[in-house]
Design a protein around this ligand. Structure first.
Ligand SMILES: NC(=O)c1ccc[n+]([C@@H]2O[C@H](COP(=O)([O-])OP(=O)(O)OC[C@H]3O[C@@H](n4cnc5c(N)ncnc54)[C@H](OP(=O)(O)O)[C@@H]3O)[C@@H](O)[C@H]2O)c1
Length: 268
């Protein structure tokens, strides 16, 4: 599914809440986004469900991803995961969650507790695919050894300021998609001269350049967020922007040590 051109550029929904959030997400779907990314933690699954309901696009054409297991949530027992995912399905008003992520591998032993429950949920038909998020290469190896259902995606931060070469190569070798969160480095891409100059050359924005660079990479699926419908529409232009070799080399030369999401207990 995520290889389909329709799902290759997803829509991030962090902080899109209330009636304004529903309107933005509905407009994003109407504009062409078919892959919507939310999480239990974002507190907006009901709004995502309303936007899916309001938009004039069939549910079967949409790819709906959510997450459970953020570090701020309580102890992740199997019962917590089962009832949490049931709540997500009800809030999103979907029979099946297309992709369910384990949000952060917070405590030791958490991977071993959470993923077997995900496998159970796939067997029961509540979830179609299993994803992980913020997993290192070692975490992915542990996860893979634990369950029989293949891992479909690892959602991690990736943009020109954090290029993730090693993790991307490992995930490709193992046929796992890399879903790129904060693909605009939460707005920082606008401050990078290499990106603004390439944007000027192509008559576009640094956001579009960053997204086109991600889309150029095998198996990478960016999920930009915007609360501004014009921005959300403009970001879709990245699907048509072809960067040349010189542009790509220039982006690869950018200093890539900026991490927007970096809790102090996480060892990358
Ligand atoms: N798995 C995880 O742990 C994790 C962590 C972080 C994020 N995520 C997911 O990834 C999604 C995206 O990441 P993000 O929200 O951190 O950041 P992002 O998509 O990198 O950047 C969002 C920022 O860029 C601005 N923006 C977007 N398009 C623009 C444009 N064309 N021109 C000017 N400004 C533009 C937005 O402002 P406007 O609203 O004004 O457009 C917003 O301030 C999230 O919504 C969430 O779904 C997941």
């Amino acid at each position: 599914m995520l290889d389909d051109s329709q799902h290759r550029l997803g829509f991030g929904t962090y902080s899109l809440t209330g009636e304004g959030g529903i309107e933005t997400m509905t407009a994003a779907i109407e504009s062409g986004y078919r892959h919507i990314d939310t999480a239990r933690l974002y507190g907006n699954e009901p709004e995502v469900g309303d936007a899916i309901d309001r938009a004039s696009v069939d549910r079967k054409d949409l790819f709906v991803a959510t997450k459970i297991g953020h570090f701020e949530e309580p102890e992740k027992t199997p019962e917590y995961v089962r009832s949490g995912v049931e709540e997500s399905r009800e809030r999103l008003d979907v029979e099946t969650i297309d992709l369910l992520y384990h949000h952060w591998p917070r405590r030791s032993g958490e991977i071993e507790t959470v993923l077997p429950v995900f496998e159970e949920l796939v067997e029961a038909g509540a979830v179609d695919r299993i994803g992980v998020s913020n997993y290192t290469i070692d975490d992915v190896r542990r996860a893979r050894d634990l369950i029989d259902v293949p891992l479909y995606a690892n959602q991690v931060e990736m943009h020109p300021l954090l290029q993730q070469h090693e993790l991307h190569a490992f995930l490709r070798e193992n046929d796992i998609h890399l879903v790129a969160y904060s693909p605009l480095a939460q707005g920082t891409v606008f401050d990078v001269p290499e990106l603004t100059e390439i944007a000027e050359k192509h008559g576009t924005s640094a956001a579009t350049v960053s997204l086109a660079w991600l889309l150029d990479k095998d198996g990478v699926v960016p999920i930009p967020r915007s609360s501004d419908v014009a921005h959300a529409r403009a970001n879709l232009d990245a699907r048509d922007l072809e960067l040349d070799r010189e542009d790509l080399d220039r982006i690869e030369s950018v200093d890539d040590t900026v991490r927007c999401e970096d809790p102090d207990w996480m060892e990358w």
